[in-house]
Design a protein around this ligand. Structure first.
Ligand code: G4P
Length: 312
């Protein structure tokens, strides 16, 4: 399944971000700690190339702590990049973020040289929650100001620390199939752009392979035979346990899928991360190979068409 989601307003947001990025000193990229690489917007990563970057792995309370540690080391090893794990309950978020940014750019301070930071992230990553917590009493939001478009907002975290907030956005084409599923499972993709049953089955398939004990505990499935169940058997089991059964005993797959997705999003199954740096690298490689093969196929067809036209 290819999950595609790029409504018109996201195009506008993209243009505003592309313009603003030119005049900021660094960017904060908010990622979902449960799917760090999948929640990284390649479009914006490209626009922000060359700028120092603070990656916030947000909603860490829902993610697997061991995997979060792996992701943090992975990002902290990259040049001009720092990474922090946060969640909405962290009262020190502002201090942690401003300290990390100032450490990255110690030369930018004082009102003559304010540190200008742009923050972006996918929808639902928790950016509004974080910013609302940060702005509290300490800072003021700017109103209608020349040079500040409707699609962005400038916040003064200190006289010499400006934060440009931008609307959450996805990108037009998600080439890594697994990323599409992970984004959908996390709740970043609008409901009408996805098939919940398919997303739930993919999620169950990942969970049964990587988090089986959590799945067994949440849905009270005995070790034997559930250790051997495939995704559909899991969905059917969950449907029966949750009463998602239609007249005549038929399984209500849609309702069961909604149950699984809600449980995952609320952290009811446990603290789960849907990808590791290695897994993501493998998926990315596979997706690139698939794209290249498709391109070669298209070109071969085009060449064959041309040859055919020249012959006739
Ligand atoms: P956005 O601006 O990036 O789109 O995200 P927003 O802050 O609106 O947060 C999206 C959802 O994620 C909200 O839940 C919010 O409460 C929840 N959230 C934000 N940060 C965290 C976090 O660190 N941990 C967890 N577990 N959840 C977080 P909602 O169900 O859409 O709304 P509500 O429950 O707040 O009413």
């Amino acid at each position: 399944m290819a999950i595609q989601w790029f409504p018109g307003h996201m195009n506008k947001a993209k243009k505003a971000i592309a313009e603003r990025i030119k005049s900021v000193d660094m960017v904060i990229e908010m990622l979902d700690a449960r799917l760090p690489a999948s929640s990284e917007n390649p479009l914006l990563a490209q626009l922000a190339r060359g700028k120092p970057k603070l990656k916030i792995l947000n909603k860490q309370d829902l993610a697997d702590p061991e995997r979060t540690a792996v992701w943090l080391s992975h990002y902290n090893a990259q040049t001009d990049t720092r990474a922090l794990a946060l969640d909405a309950s962290d009262n020190n978020a502002t201090a942690k973020i401003t300290r990390a940014c100032r450490e990255m750019l110690p030369g930018r301070n004082g009102i003559d040289k304010p540190l200008r930071v742009l923050i972006f992230g996918i929808p639902n990553v928790g950016k509004s929650t974080l910013i609302n917590g940060m702005t509290g009493k300490k800072s003021a939001k700017t109103g209608n100001e020349p040079g500040i478009t409707k699609a962005e907002q400038r916040l003064f975290l200190a006289d010499d620390f400006w934060l440009y907030d931008t609307p959450g956005m996805l990108w037009p084409k998600i080439i890594v199939e697994e990323s599409g599923y992970n984004l959908a499972a996390s709740g970043a993709v609008g409901r009408n752009a996805l098939d919940e049953e398919e997303v739930a089955l993919e999620l169950l398939d990942y969970l049964r392979r990587h988090y089986l004990p959590l799945l067994q505990r949440r849905y009270q499935a005995d070790k034997d035979p559930s250790s051997h169940w495939q995704d559909t058997e899991w969905l059917e089991w969950i449907a029966r346990r949750r009463g998602a059964v239609l007249s005549g005993g038929r399984i209500n797959y849609q309702k069961a899928a909604e149950n699984v997705l809600t449980d995952f999003r609320d952290g009811q199954i446990g603290r789960i991360t849907l990808e590791t740096p290695q897994q993501w690298a493998d998926w990315f490689k596979k997706a690139r190979q698939k794209e290249a093969a498709l391109k070669a196929e298209r070109e071969a067809r085009k060449a064959a068409r041309k040859g055919h036209t020249q012959e006739t």
